[in-house]
Each structure stands twice: as structure tokens, then as C-alpha cells.
Unconditional design. Structure first.
Length: 235
């Protein structure tokens, strides 16, 4: 069976490195070209921009680069009719709207967190009963170098929670320190009992694995704006 060819945008970053490592022995996907805006871009199969890549050698694009480059990557995918899986965080609301609009022409999946576990947690939150007399709080912990605060994942969970509960809630609590890959908690607090749901990322590789699960699922899909919850249902 011929493997689908993958372009990795941000191929020399930490997530890009994880993707390239996993693609070496993947059953359905194969690394085709990397995109990196750095001095090491002379490496084999690496170009400075998608414009320098041959679209004939690309079946799908996975983007884990910078937020300010997301629209440029999306424009290339639109022009060349290629599916896009984007895990870039910190994108603007305008870019999010552009993702949704692009879904009318090509398959697009953007998620601030590619973990299947987070997709499960988000699904649990979406099905919470609308109980009275409880307080709700999203909490997230990330490594000291993470720039966006709250994280995109915390905002995703917050949006789902507020939609389900039907009211505005306190903003997510953000903690930064050490080398924590990512911990996300939902606290549900009553006067006589409390509940807590927690997702703890134990490695950066799990996000790369989730992105590859999403990319495999996206191959052959019709145009649409997809989320990790769609991938979860399709597994």
C-alpha cells in the first residue's frame, strides 16, 4: 500500500522532531518534506517555505510552527487543495475564523492540543449535568517556556464548560514552571463534596502521535472544519 506523503511545517522544532521520528516507521504516512525558517534548512528534504516545495509530492500538511505563520500555511494548502492538520497554539481569532472558512474548500483540522486524552476530557465536560450549587475552575500547568497564558487547551476546555453550564466562569488558573509537558484539571467544588478530572501529558511524543492519528484519519475526507472530537468518534 502506498503511504501518504506528509509535509511537516516546523520540522526542526521540538514537535517537528517528534513527528519526523514517528514517521520513520509509520504504517500509513511517510515524511516527504520539512519546512523550517532557520540556518539548518539546508538539511535533506528541508525547504525554507512551502512555496519551495513540490505539491505533487505532498498529500497532507502537518503544521506545528509559529502562530504568525499559520495563515501563510493555510493559504498554501488552499491554493494546492491539500488537507491541513494544525497544532500551532496562540493563533489569533482571525486565523481561527480563516480555518473555519477554509473548511468549505479543503479538510482542515486545528486543535490547540492533539492529545486523544484531552479530546476525551473535553467530551466529558460537554456532557456534564447542569447542576446547581457547585463552583467550577479550570487549572493548567505548563513548562516555564510556554508563552501563551492561559494555554489554548485551557481556553478550549473553558469554552466547552461555559457552554455546557450556561454561564460565564472564572478564568483558567495558569501555572508555569519546570519542564511540565502539560497538566489540565477541572475542579467541581460543592460545600460538602468535590470532584476533579485531570489529564496529565507524560511526554511530548503523545501530541505528535495524536497529530499523526488525525492526519491518517483526514486522508480522503471531504472538505470540512474538523476537531479532535471528530477523530475520536471515527476511531
Amino acid at each position: 500500500m502506498k503511504k501518504s506523503q506528509v509535509a511537516v511545517v516546523g520540522s526542526t522544532g521540538r514537535m517537528g522532531g517528534e513527528l519526523l521520528r514517528l514517521l520513520r516507521d509509520h504504517d500509513h504516512l511517510e515524511f516527504s518534506v520539512g519546512v523550517a525558517r532557520s540556518a539548518v534548512a539546508h538539511l535533506d528534504k528541508t525547504v525554507l517555505s512551502l512555496e519551495k516545495a513540490n505539491p505533487k509530492n505532498i498529500d497532507i500538511v502537518i503544521d506545528f510552527s509559529l502562530a504568525e505563520a499559520a495563515d501563510e500555511v493555510l493559504d498554501w494548502c488552499l491554493k494546492n487543495k491539500k488537507p491541513l492538520v494544525c497544532g500551532t497554539t496562540g493563533v489569533t481569532d482571525t486565523t481561527k475564523i480563516n480555518f473555519i472558512k477554509a473548511g468549505k474548500q479543503i479538510p482542515v483540522l486545528w486543535s490547540p492540543n492533539m492529545s486523544l486524552g484531552i479530546a476525551i476530557l473535553n467530551k466529558i465536560i460537554s456532557q456534564l449535568p447542569r447542576i446547581e450549587g457547585f463552583d467550577f475552575q479550570i487549572e493548567e500547568v505548563h513548562h516555564a517556556q510556554k508563552k501563551d497564558r492561559p494555554s489554548g487547551t485551557a481556553l478550549l476546555l473553558q469554552e466547552t464548560l461555559e457552554s455546557r453550564i450556561g454561564k460565564n466562569l472564572p478564568s483558567p488558573v495558569s501555572v508555569r514552571g519546570g519542564g511540565v509537558f502539560g497538566i489540565h484539571r477541572l475542579h467541581i467544588m460543592g460545600t460538602e463534596e468535590t470532584l476533579m478530572f485531570e489529564h496529565n501529558a507524560l511526554s511530548r511524543g503523545l501530541f505528535a502521535k495524536g497529530a499523526l492519528v488525525a492526519a491518517t484519519w483526514m486522508i480522503g475526507k471531504p472538505p470540512g472544519y474538523y476537531q479532535m472530537s471528530d477523530v475520536l468518534v471515527g476511531l
